[in-house]
Design a protein around this ligand. Structure first.
Ligand SMILES: [Zn+2]
Length: 304
């Protein structure tokens, strides 16, 4: 293992908060290597699944190289079986490690359970190993020093951070909860109250992680600022990650291999447009309903 831990830049956010946009803006930086969401939970069926380069993931040269690299080092990797998601087929292990970040008391209980239940510690290590193998292979292939994981999930930050394997830099990305809840309503068939509750619970989890991290390892960022002041916001992130600002480096123009969204355009700063459709799509009953469930936490985040 390297003496200096690899830097892992992580986008932690609720769904529909601009994490894909942010990933696509950061991906062309030559010091950053990314594949989008390393948890790869959406690639459960590789049949017909396309990499962002346009190739089928089973045909893409990049993924072939990654598989060969990991296999040559004695590890296991297959695009059909990532093993990078913190979940397991073993229901006991699954109950212990999933699904959310808890408060300090329950997290202490979880730590005991992981130590006491046979096989749990090994299973957790195996997931961390799988993540580390992909991170190293992707960074080597891109010749980049920083790995960007856009997986969003706060629970991954917890396990990554506690493992001590990486130098974590976490972007705490939020968007006005009325915007995320409106998107959630449209795409997940929830009503606004349910969507607001989901969003609120995710923010609470993110705050638990924020309390765990030293200040220098956390950057709070708003989706709205990313859209309104894109260049300034990207400069801030580069400074946070300790890499050269974009205007000092040549944006990488070669194809990138990112999972999760084949329509994503990489690095198109000029195409960034703030989505505030919620302002005309939510009626006053829905706004009241949101406010009742999550208004307080939304205003605490600076959304009035
Ligand atoms: Zn590809």
């Amino acid at each position: 293992m390297n003496s200096q831990p690899r830097q892992l830049l992580y986008i932690m956010s609720p769904s529909y908060s601009g994490s894909t946009l942010l990933t696509s803006l950061l991906a062309p930086h030559p010091d950053i290597a990314t594949i989008g969401e390393l948890k790869a939970s959406k690639v459960s069926n590789t049949e017909g699944y396309r990499c962002s380069c346009g190739e089928l993931i089973t045909e893409c040269d990049f993924w072939r190289t990654i598989t060969e690299k990991i296999t040559a080092q004695g590890g296991f990797f297959s695009v059909k079986d990532w093993r990078t998601h913190f979940a397991s087929d073993n229901p006991v292990f699954n109950r212990i490690i999933r699904p959310v970040v808890h408060g300090p008391i329950l997290e202490t209980l979880r730590r005991y359970a992981l130590q006491l239940v046979p096989g749990c510690q090994q299973a957790l290590s195996a997931i961390l190993d799988a993540n580390q193998q992909v991170i190293e292979a992707v960074c080597q292939t891109h010749q980049a020093s920083v790995f960007l994981d856009g997986s969003k999930d706060p629970l991954r930050v917890k396990y990554f951070y506690e493992s001590g394997r990486w130098e974590m830099k976490v972007i705490f990305l939020t968007r006005d909860g009325r915007g995320t809840s409106n998107s959630d309503k449209k795409y997940s068939n929830r009503n606004i109250a349910e969507a607001a509750k989901q969003w609120r619970e995710k923010i609470v989890e993110m705050e638990l992680i924020a309390n765990m991290l030293p200040d220098s390892q956390l950057l709070r960022l708003k989706y709205e600022s990313l859209c309104d002041e894109t260049e300034e916001t990207l400069a801030l992130i580069c400074q946070f990650a300790g890499i050269a600002p974009f205007d000092a480096v040549q944006r990488r123009s070669a194809a990138l291999h990112i999972l999760g969204n084949d329509k994503m355009r990489l690095g198109a700063v000029n195409d960034v447009r703030l989505d505030e459709k919620w302002k005309r799509e939510l009626n006053s009953d829905e706004l009241d309903s949101f406010s009742e469930v999550a208004g307080l936490i939304n205003s605490r985040l600076g959304y009035q």
